[in-house]
Ligand binder design. Structure first.
Ligand code: G1P
Length: 306
């Protein structure tokens, strides 16, 4: 039996996950003139599919996309494609039909919320408040692709690992990874005291500090498990780095009243918010794909000698 919902931190299963997808994707212009950056593919699946699979793996049944009025592709992608499905069914292409119908399990629903103005990540998360209500929730930034082998590998995705830690420690949890010092100004950076092999208690978090003033080189990477209390804190968060309402600043306020952990997840993160990251993710997936691995390796070898 599923226990009754508790508004406190936290059932190990995360029912609701927020996907801020309103960004402009300027690093991938001109493609992102018409293709949302979350729809850029790694092999045959868009980035948002990897993110959604990770949320479903963590137990989510409600996916909240915070989008803008120009971005319809993500809604279209998860919607039923009547004509295409009918055609594939008629022509007996059941494998392809399964792919088209398999973007979302049947028990999962999508909710689309508009962020009327691009005021920052914190503001985007705040837009999801009416859907999240009073329970802990996850946030996934789809351009950080975190791969732990996928559904077939039998290993938990990063968000599922974090949900388990949040439940056990009754804490908010931020995914972190060490980054080169000179890159601290691209990330939220934490100062944290280790409590176990993978987890550390966060003492301080700061958005995009310059390397010379950064408290460490431990960066937040695109995954959060947060209590609903963060919404109150976001309401009173003033614009910070880059003039935007930063999620990091609300987390800094949260730290002063409850426990927040930095968690070094098991898995590989690809920063698909830039071209090199997307190339690396594509190559890594190709090298794991039985149909592509040998030819990809051969190609890389030939280029290596070139
Ligand atoms: C956002 C967050 C930052 C975090 C990063 C991870 O920054 O504000 O704290 O480290 O995502 O990808 P953005 O990449 O949107 O500038």
């Amino acid at each position: 039996m599923i226990p009754p919902e508790s508004p406190s931190m936290n059932p190990a299963r995360l029912r609701k996950v927020v996907f801020p997808v309103a960004g402009l994707g300027t690093r991938f212009l001109p493609a992102t003139k018409v293709v949302a950056k979350e729809m850029l593919p790694v092999l045959d699946r868009p980035l948002i599919q990897y993110a959604v699979d990770e949320a479903v793996d963590a137990g989510a049944d409600t996916l909240v996309f915070v989008t803008n009025r120009y971005k319809h592709a993500i809604a279209d992608y998860f919607d039923k494609a009547y004509e295409l499905e009918a055609k594939l069914a008629q022509s007996g292409k059941s494998d392809l039909l399964a792919l088209v119908q398999g973007t979302l399990p049947k028990h999962v629903r999508c909710v689309f919320v508009t962020q009327p103005e691009a005021l920052g990540l914190g503001h985007a998360v705040l837009c999801a408040r009416p859907v999240i209500g009073d329970e802990p929730f996850g946030v996934i930034l789809a351009d950080d692709l975190i791969w732990n082998g996928g559904a077939g590998a039998g290993r938990p995705g990063a968000l599922r690992q974090m949900a388990a830690v949040a439940a056990r420690e009754q804490a908010g949890v931020l995914a972190v990874e060490e980054v080169p010092r000179e890159q601290t100004d691209k990330y939220g950076i934490v100062d944290a005291v280790p409590i176990s092999e993978r987890a550390a208690r966060v003492r301080l978090v700061v958005e995009k500090p310059k390397p010379e003033v950064a408290p460490s080189n431990l960066a937040i990477v695109g995954r959060y498990v947060l209590p609903a209390r963060i919404f109150d804190l976001l309401e009173s968060t003033r614009p910070g780095a880059g003039g935007e309402i930063q999620l990091t600043d609300a987390i800094e306020a949260l730290l002063h009243e409850s426990s927040v952990l930095a968690y070094r997840f098991e898995g590989t993160r690809f920063d698909c918010g830039n071209k090199l990251g997307l190339v690396k993710a594509t190559l890594a997936m190709a090298l794991e794909d039985p149909a592509l691995a040998a030819a990809t390796r051969e190609y890389l070898r030939s280029r290596g000698q070139g």
